[in-house]
Design a protein around this ligand. Structure first.
Ligand code: PLP
Length: 397
């Protein structure tokens, strides 16, 4: 059945599923196998040359993982998807696929800490030139594009300050300069439920599936979605030869399980996110709230245009700066002090000393990440309980 025009929840449950002809299993079994048996040398040769479809070896493909890849491609409106062993596996496999010595990459300065480190300290060791800019300023972007530019890399909403970049504008500017430039968007914070970067003109979407897509805090995983041609390059070069960052079938199974409730989880996340953002925004001990759903957010209008809702990631500054922020976080009882996000549990952290400790103080300032910023991933608990805990935290100040 073709699920292209079905609702999001229906697609999350059914798209990509393969009917089990042997036993009629409802859910996709875990094909816990490293390799696949050939009938003959001739068949092995046909599989390797691509003349015959079929599995060879689980680094090149696995039936459980393949179902998951087909499902994510559907949710992203992509021709194809590659699953990886971590979000960083997706990002590094993608960047190794597009980069070469002498190539130029433009990246937003506000990124997940390890992505920033890979671009600033990793790829540059191999002769790749990287320019960090604010991609929400299109004129700056246009001024930085040059002949050897191979990719523009950004996150929106960005980690950790929820900066919003207009994906359509970036794609238009990059492709007008050179249609071969890959516009790569990390869609982890929004997830395919809230935002479809490919429909807005991006070429490649990357995810940490550790976050909303799995949603249960028990798996590290990633995805890359895009054209069949590009994903084939990511699989057959980026993952197969460069990183080896392949997702195991057990993890693929857990993500498939988590995706059955993806739509209702996201609905609750958004509802809770809105309530917590409003509470924080009205609290006298809060200096500033960063949430794209608030009209006071700098790029609220762009968020409204390109996102279906605003999610459950919120950052805020407590009055009194870094020290007050730490005291507040330490006094919470229900909200859990941990990095990661998109889980059932509300997680809270301090980016400057945790997820973004790869940034120097100067780099933090340049990227617009205040040192006292607190980041909260609003979970699936009852909103009033989350708010009650935050309120008692403020009482401790
Ligand atoms: C967590 C995260 C990553 C890295 O993903 P892992 O699964 O931890 O490797 C990349 N980008 C963003 C925006 C993230 O939040």
């Amino acid at each position: 059945m073709d699920y292209t025009n079905k609702g999001f929840g229906t697609r999350a449950i059914h798209a990509g599923n393969v009917h089990d002809k042997q036993y009629g299993a409802l859910t996709m079994p875990i094909y816990q196998t490293s390799t696949f048996v050939f009938d003959s040398c001739e068949q092995g040769a046909a599989r390797f040359s691509g003349k015959e479809e079929g599995f060879i070896y689980s680094r090149l493909g696995n039936p459980t993982t393949a179902v998951l890849e087909a499902k994510i491609a559907n949710l992203d409106g992509a021709e194809a998807c590659a699953a990886t062993s971590a979000g960083m596996g997706a990002i590094s496999s993608t960047l190794w696929t597009v980069a070469r010595a002498g190539a130029h990459i433009i990246a937003d300065g506000t990124l997940y800490g390890c992505t920033y480190a890979l671009l600033a300290h990793g790829l540059t060791r191999y002769g790749v030139e990287v320019d960090f800019i604010d991609t929400s300023d299109i004129e700056v972007l246009k001024s930085k594009l040059k002949e050897n530019t191979v990719a523009v890399y950004l996150e929106t909403p960005a980690n950790p300050n929820l900066k919003i970049t207009d994906i359509a504008e970036v794609a238009k500017a990059a492709h007008a300069y050179n249609k071969d430039i890959k516009v790569i968007c990390d869609n982890t914070f929004a997830s395919p439920y809230l935002q479809s970067p490919l429909a807005l003109g991006a070429d490649v979407v990357v995810y940490s599936a550790t976050k909303y897509l799995n949603g249960h805090g028990d798996v590290i995983a990633g995805f890359v979605s895009g054209s069949k041609e590009f994903i084939n390059q990511v699989k057959m070069f980026g993952i197969k030869d460069m990183t080896g960052a392949v997702l195991g079938p057990q993890e693929a199974f857990l993500i498939l399980r988590g995706l059955k409730t993806f739509e209702i989880r996201m609905q609750r996340h958004c509802e809770n996110g809105r309530k917590v953002a409003e509470f924080l925004n009205n609290h006298p001990k809060v200096e500033k709230v960063y949430y794209p759903g608030l009209e006071s957010h700098k790029n609220h209008e762009v968020a409204k245009k390109q996102m279906r809702d605003y999610g459950a990631m919120i950052s805020f500054e407590v009055k009194g700066g870094k020290e007050a922020g730490a005291k507040f976080v330490n006094s919470l009882k229900l909200c859990t002090l941990a990095v990661s996000l998109g889980d059932a549990e509300t997680l809270i952290e301090h980016p400057a000393s945790m997820t973004h400790s790869t940034y120097s103080a100067e780099e933090l300032a340049k990227a617009g990440i205040p040192e006292g910023l607190v980041r909260i991933s609003v979970g699936l608990e009852n909103a009033e309980d989350i708010i009650e805990d935050l309120a008692q935290g403020f009482e401790c100040l």
